[in-house]
Design a protein around this ligand. Structure first.
Ligand SMILES: [Zn+2]
Length: 274
């Protein structure tokens, strides 16, 4: 990183004085950029701002045309959809650090921050060949369609780009509603398609699955093959999900260039259990 001694001392002084070492002018921040990041910044663009996921002033650099996944904080590598989810927790659930939180299929900087800062955070992945409800590779093993979590045991249920991969979303949403406490919420992101109606690319059959479109996969932190996309959630997502879950969903749109939250499909969905 090559921080000079004077800078380190200045950082220490700032810490002692109780201020963030965050008031560095943007030209100093430029020194954070690697050669590759500089190349991307020149080609796709960049902007200074404050990243809430590393709690520092930073530069956001675009690494491609698709902001949602490619507009990264040079300090922590975070992307806009993770920053948007964190912003909604801060804005709508300011006590989240003291609440009971369960995250399904965590991955990425926002999950790390939730785990570090929430006192009662638990994460699960689904390992089909392991017993449900047990711990495996550091995670609780849970199938969203048949959770082993107790009724009304969770304040905040988090899923980040997970709901498009569930074979029977109706079961999963009913399960999430069951394990939430009254007043609790499912806070989630999905790469939805607001210009289209919801489309089931894959449906379950008696002895497997049926494809209704070309198979599409997204990255999966626990499986190199990736996760098959089941549902293209569309402009009727709220109506469909609310009918399935019995909860009430709001779509929260955030545009905060200063926080590196800009681009398409950064909406955060908040389904509340009453
Ligand atoms: Zn950051």
């Amino acid at each position: 990183m090559g921080l000079g001694l004077s800078k380190i001392l200045q950082g220490l002084q700032n810490k002692l004085a109780g201020t963030r070492p965050a008031d560095e002018p943007a030209k100093d921040l430029q020194s954070l950029l690697s050669t590759e990041q500089k190349r991307c910044a020149e080609h796709y663009g960049s902007a200074p701002g404050h990243c809430e996921l590393c709690a520092q002033d930073t530069i956001f650099v675009r690494h491609g045309e698709w902001n949602r996944e490619q507009y990264r904080c040079v300090r922590c590598g975070s992307i806009p959809r993770w920053r948007a989810l964190y912003r909604v927790l801060e804005a709508q659930f300011s006590q989240w650090r003291d609440l009971t939180m369960h995250e399904s299929s965590p991955g990425g900087r926002a999950s790390d921050v939730l785990q570090q800062q929430c006192r009662a955070y638990e994460a699960s992945h689904y390992f089909p060949n392991q017993p449900l409800g047990t711990s495996y590779r550091g995670f609780r093993n849970e199938n969203l369609e048949q959770l082993t979590l107790a009724d009304a045991s969770v304040d905040l249920f988090i899923s980040q780009d997970v709901m498009e991969h569930i074979l029977r979303p109706s079961l999963a949403l009913q399960e999430i509603a069951r394990v939430l406490k009254p007043g609790g919420a499912h806070v989630f992101t999905i790469p939805w398609k607001p210009h289209l109606a919801t489309f089931s690319r894959v449906t379950p059959t008696a002895n497997g699955i049926a494809h209704h479109a070309e198979a599409e996969y997204h990255g999966n932190p626990i499986d190199k093959k990736g996760s098959l996309v089941i549902t293209d959630w569309g402009n009727d997502t709220v109506e469909i999900m609310d009918a399935m879950s019995g909860m009430q969903t709001d779509i929260v749109s955030i545009e905060r260039a200063d926080l590196g939250i800009e681009g398409e499909r950064l909406e955060v969905f908040v389904s509340r259990k009453h």
